[in-house]
Ligand binder design. Structure first.
Ligand code: GDP
Ligand code: ZN
Length: 304
């Protein structure tokens, strides 16, 4: 039989197949098979499975993946797949409570682009927005392919516009708790209760982050994957000279840089730096890029 992984919890997997959800484990050999990843199966995977005499699903194999959203923290560790076969990653942020953190969003963008997954930036609590906030965000991402939705779960502002971007797709949600993820998605899909997961997160303290990921399905087929444990991203598997390629405007500009590859840092004749000076690429985003670049370089130095 074939199904899709909708939940990972410890060594148990929920496989959805023909509308049923079957509690499953991995066939022994799948745990020892060598792959590039620390976890052989993740939410979003299409798997072939059988059912044993006790009614437990036994996952036999995993189909090829369309894309993967991964993290890698240690230089020597392998990548963890957080979820795969996604239509988009939604970075959820808010104005003021908690503060907007575009540097965190930039890390999500780098990560998503490495996995070839489009990013939607959703900023909630627009009712708390101050003068200039909207323009700041728009100009920060000017020239990129990032879609931006500025919404309010409290007032309902732009909620329908967000729903259009989400409906019928499989989205991975990433955001700190408190930004209003539950309020927003409960408002769009009243049956979906993301909070259920938050509870299991606190009881599962210290648990590996990829072992508590869950996909919710709305009646219209929309799928939302919540990642309560994912609070930061190791980017150590991105090479310094590849980082710029994770931002579409930097990538386009690098065609004109004098040095190739160019890290857009100290190199003379750098087109990215020229665009920053000309006010075409926002200076704060360039600083955010350098910040990621230096942390990657430092990680590499620590390897030796
Ligand atoms: P989650 O942890 O991301 O799931 O966030 P919640 O949905 O639990 O919301 C966190 C807090 O923010 C709650 O006190 C909500 O009432 C509040 N909140 C959610 N959306 C909005 C909004 O659009 N505007 C304002 N001002 N507060 C909001
Ligand atoms: Zn350059």
């Amino acid at each position: 039989m074939t199904g899709i992984i909708v939940k990972v919890f410890g060594r148990f997997y929920s496989v959805m197949s023909d509308g049923d959800v079957i509690n499953s484990v991995l066939r022994g050999r799948m745990k020892t098979e060598k792959t590039n990843y620390s976890n052989p199966v993740a939410v979003g995977d299409i798997v072939d499975f059988s059912i044993n005499m006790e009614g437990l699903g036994i996952i036999e194999s995993v189909r090829d993946r369309r894309n993967t959203f991964t993290r890698k923290d240690g230089v020597r560790s392998r990548e963890d797949i957080i979820a795969c076969n996604l239509d988009q990653v939604i970075a959820v942020q808010s104005f003021y409570q908690p503060q907007l953190n575009l540097r965190f969003v930039d890390r999500i963008i780098a990560r998503s682009n490495k996995g070839n997954i489009p990013v939607l930036l959703c900023i909630n609590k627009s009712d708390l927005m101050e003068k200039g906030d909207r323009n700041y965000v728009r100009s920060y991402y000017k020239g990129t392919d990032i879609k931006i939705k500025i919404v309010s779960a409290a007032t309902g502002s732009r909620i329908n516009s967000l729903k259009k971007e989400v409906a019928g797709k499989r989205s991975l949600l990433i955001g700190y708790s408190g930004v209003g993820k539950s309020s927003l998605f409960n408002r769009i899909y009243p049956g979906i209760d993301l909070k259920v997961n938050e509870v299991s997160e606190s009881s599962g303290k210290g648990r590996h982050t990829t072992t508590n990921v869950k996909m919710y399905r709305a009646e219209d087929g929309t799928e939302l994957i919540d990642t309560p444990g994912v609070r930061e991203f190791g980017l150590v598997d991105i090479e310094p000279e590849d980082l710029g390629n994770c931002f579409n405007d930097f990538r386009d500009a690098s065609e004109t840089c004098r040095f190739r590859p160019c890290t857009h840092d100290h190199e003379p004749g750098c087109e990215v730096k020229r665009l920053v000076e000309a006010g075409i690429i926002h200076e704060d985003r360039y600083v955010s890029y350098l910040n990621i670049l230096y942390s990657i370089q430092e990680n590499i130095r620590n390897m030796y």
